[in-house]
Design a protein around this ligand. Structure first.
Ligand code: PLP
Length: 380
């Protein structure tokens, strides 16, 4: 087994794996499961600092994004798609698929979206039903400031759909303060449960907009309204993946009990970035570094696949390349969720040092030593 240090899926703790092995009831007919489901949803709402209802959907992270777009979009609706990365741009496809008219707001992918510039844009044109944005766009690791961008969009009467799949629980999310209407998460990133579940929080405004639609929602599986009154009626629109939800609950309880979680992500993210820079490597981003993933550029003389292969074969560690135009250009270290621990990160940085040197790269400093210098010595 490799040590997983990728930006999702991440390492899954033993108590989460064991929870998934628990004996199952019939989730359609046993009302105690409806209680369990609702309590799990309430726990997620609490951890995301929202009074709004959370729904857990039986599908991977992408389903949450698609369900938000399917449920809000009516044919001809104008939708603002904030794009400074691959996931950001990708929302436009979901909008089009459901008959909406996406307006891409595309900016430099090496920096976060600037709220002041967005405001100047909105001054001129703010006739949008909703906007989509990504908290951490994982292929580049750029972190957008949802606490500034979402209230700004709300002020212009634009609903907000936020993909925080790879940021939440590694970066702070206060959904109500940020006035987020639909917030999407997934099980396999900083939550550190296996892939398979998505969850969404839904504001009253969003719920109302869905209820007042003239055109029916052009999907069943991606229709958030089919869950309406599930609790009162003790009825789910489809059979819930009970074992996945047992695992998710254990993972959420791990998060609830981890008071150092965000601070630890911040310390590890910072130490990782500083160590890479000290060694003479180039970080991909100019600013807006997420503490869940670090992305550095592959030195010119060598290839990304050689680095990844040697990390696997000589050290048993799985790192990631990237997607789209970044494929082959960068390496990603995922230090989110259970991956974000000092011991595994230290081992990863030591191994990376060895691999880069073995490929002929002259590093200015030792990566493991520098990482420890910034992290291991710091008083807890
Ligand atoms: C991982 C991720 C998702 C979920 O999609 P995948 O199928 O795992 O790629 C959605 N949004 C973001 C930003 C992600 O990082």
């Amino acid at each position: 087994m490799y040590k997983i240090m990728t930006p999702g899926p991440t390492q899954v703790k033993e108590n989460v794996r064991l929870a998934r092995a628990e004996e199952c009831t019939n989730p359609d007919l046993d009302e105690t499961f409806v209680e369990f489901y609702r309590e799990t949803c309430q726990l997620i709402s609490r951890l995301l600092h929202t009074e709004h209802e959370t729904l857990i959907l039986g599908g991977e992270g992408i389903l949450g994004l698609e369900a938000a777009c399917a449920s809000l979009t009516e044919p001809g609706d104008r939708v603002l798609v904030l794009d400074n990365g691959i996931f950001g741009k990708g929302f436009a496809d979901f909008v089009s698929l459901y008959g909406g008219v996406p307006r891409l707001y595309t900016v430099n992918g090496k920096k976060p979206i600037d709220p002041e510039r967005l405001e100047a844009f909105l001054e001129k044109d703010h006739d949008y039903k909703y906007a989509t944005l990504v908290h951490c766009d994982t292929p580049s690791g750029v972190l957008n400031d949802i606490s500034a961008l979402c209230p700004l969009l709300s002020r212009y009467g634009i609903l907000t759909v936020v993909d925080s799949v790879s940021a939440m629980f590694g970066e702070e999310v206060r959904a109500d303060e940020a006035q987020i209407d639909i917030l999407c998460g997934g099980s396999q990133k900083a939550v550190s449960a296996p892939p398979g579940l998505t969850f969404v929080t839904i504001s009253d405004r969003a719920r109302q907009v869905m209820a007042e639609r003239k055109a029916p929602i052009a999907s069943f599986y991606a229709n958030l309204r089919v869950f309406e009154n599930y609790y009162q009626e003790k009825w789910f629109p489809y059979t819930m993946p009970i074992s996945d939800i047992y695992g998710l609950r254990a993972a959420m309880e791990n998060i609830a009990g981890d008071t150092d979680l965000l601070a630890r992500h911040a310390r590890i993210g910072e130490a990782c970035r500083r160590a890479l820079r000290d060694a003479g490597l180039k970080l991909h981003l100019e600013s807006g570094f997420s503490n869940t993933v670090t992305v550095f550029e592959v030195p010119e003389q060598i290839s990304a696949s050689d680095i990844l292969q040697r990390m696997r074969e000589a050290h048993g560690i799985l790192l990631a390349g990237s997607l789209g135009s970044l494929d082959g250009q960068v390496i990603r270290i995922g230090h989110m969720g259970s991956n974000a621990n000092e011991a595994d990160m230290r081992e990863t940085m030591e191994a990376l040092d060895d691999v880069l040197r073995s490929l002929g790269i002259l590093l200015k400093e030792n990566l493991g030593e520098r990482f420890c210098h910034y992290l291991c010595g710091s008083p807890e």
